[in-house]
Design a protein around this ligand. Structure first.
Ligand code: NI
Length: 224
C-alpha cells in the first residue's frame, strides 16, 4: 500500500523547519548511503549532529506519532531519526532499495516502511519527483509542502534529477508492529471502515464488532 497524507505536520512546524533549514549547513549525502546506493546518490543532507537539527527530527517524529492516519497505516514500533535532504540543480538519487536493517535509536531496527515528507511546494523546483518502480509500472509523486508519502521499504525507487530550484524533503523509516504489509492493509481498511461507521451512525453494534475484529487481529499479528 502506498499512501499520501496531506498536511502530515502542522503548518507552524513546517514553516519552523523551513526557516531552520535555510540557516543550516548541508553535507554530502553520500556520507549516509550504503556502498551501492552511494554510487547513485547525489544530494545534500543537514548535519544531524547539530542540536537544532536534532530538535527538528524530534518535533516531526512527535507530530507523526500524533497523526491518526500515519498511525493507522504504519503502526510504528520504532522510527529512525529523520534525515533532511536537499537537491539543487543537477542532483538526483538513482534507483535503489533502502537498507533492510538500520541503526535506530535503540539499536538495530528493521525498515518496513519508508516515507518522504515534502518540505517545499512543487512550483519551487522542476524535476525531483519521487519515482517508484512497482508491479503496476512506474509511479511518480511530487506532493505539496507538508505532504507525506508512505511506502513499503521493499520498493525500488529513485528521485529524478532537479533541473531548476531546490527540492527540500525529510525522509524517514519505520519498523512496524505489524511486519506483513498485507496484514497492515487489512488493519488499515478495518480501522478506516469502523471510523466511517462511527462518524455516520455513532457507536453502533456494527462499530463494536468492527472494533473487536480489529483488536483481535492486531492481537494475533502485533510484535511489540
Ligand atoms: Ni531511498
Amino acid at each position: 500500500m502506498i499512501l499520501c497524507i496531506d498536511q502530515a505536520i502542522p503548518p507552524e512546524l513546517l514553516s519552523h523547519v523551513r526557516t531552520t533549514l535555510a540557516d543550516s549547513e548541508f553535507r554530502d549525502g553520500r556520507e549516509t548511503a550504503g556502498w551501492h546506493a552511494r554510487t547513485v546518490k547525489q544530494n545534500q543532507q543537514a548535519d544531524g549532529r547539530r542540536p537544532e537539527i536534532a530538535e527538528l527530527r524530534q518535533d516531526i517524529a512527535k507530530a507523526l506519532q500524533a497523526h491518526p492516519l500515519f498511525q493507522m497505516a504504519a503502526r510504528p514500533k520504532r522510527l529512525k531519526p529523520l534525515m533532511f535532504s536537499r537537491y539543487q540543480p543537477g542532483m538526483s538519487y538513482g534507483n535503489h532499495v533502502d537498507d533492510a536493517v538500520m541503526a535506530g535509536p535503540q539499536g538495530a531496527m528493521r525498515t518496513d516502511l519508508s516515507f518522504t515528507l515534502f518540505l517545499n511546494d512543487p512550483d519551487g523546483y522542476e524535476g525531483g519527483e519521487l519515482l517508484m518502480d512497482t508491479t503496476a509500472g512506474e509511479q511518480t509523486y511530487k506532493l505539496p509542502a507538508g505532504g507525506l508519502i508512505l511506502y513499503p521499504s521493499s520498493t525500488l525507487h529513485r528521485v529524478e534529477p532537479v533541473t531548476r530550484g531546490e527540492r527540500l524533503a525529510a525522509v524517514g523509516w519505520a519498523q512496524s508492529q505489524v511486519r506483513d504489509p498485507q496484514q497492515r492493509e487489512i488493519l488499515f481498511d478495518l480501522d478506516t471502515t469502523r471510523r466511517q461507521e462511527f462518524d455516520a451512525n455513532g457507536k453502533t453494534r456494527t462499530f463494536d464488532m468492527l472494533s473487536k475484529s480489529l483488536a483481535n487481529l492486531l492481537r494475533m499479528w502485533a510484535e511489540v
